[in-house]
Design a protein around this ligand. Sequence first.
Ligand code: FES
Length: 167
Amino acid sequence: MSLQFSEQSLSKVQEMIARYPEGKQKSALIPVLHLAQDEFGGWLDVPVMDYVATLLNITPIEVYEVATFYSMYNMKPVGRYLFEVCQTGPCMLRGSDDIINYIKTRLGISVGETTPDGLFTLKAVECLGACGYAPMMQLGKHYREHLTPEKVDEIIEECRKLSAINN
Ligand code: FES
């Protein structure tokens, strides 16, 4: 298999495994999957999950089970900016459905889809532990809170500008 973590990530993996007693290396699966997602293009393709299984000396199915259970792992390619909008009770009561619908209309995509320019992906996820700031979403490593259509417009604009700068 040609897939391989960078040396820096490989040493992080070793560090993660070393946090657990011998034979319990599977416990490092969640952080290793995060690392893999970050390093291999923002999603977990089957060969990536198989590679993680090899590294942790567990079976591929053990990796698939975890990777497909949590919404924080992407099972298909995502855009440069991933909008993960919380749709659980408290956010829903504060209008997350309207926010999701607004984003859908604004970007012309449905939940789970990516814009044709590869910039935006919309995901609906469960509680992100920021219910007091509802409705909210995760964008990269940051939370965007008390969302309104105006704020969504600002965020989209901000992403577009950032993307233009980084191109
Ligand atoms: S319900 Fe949305 S963050 Fe908790």
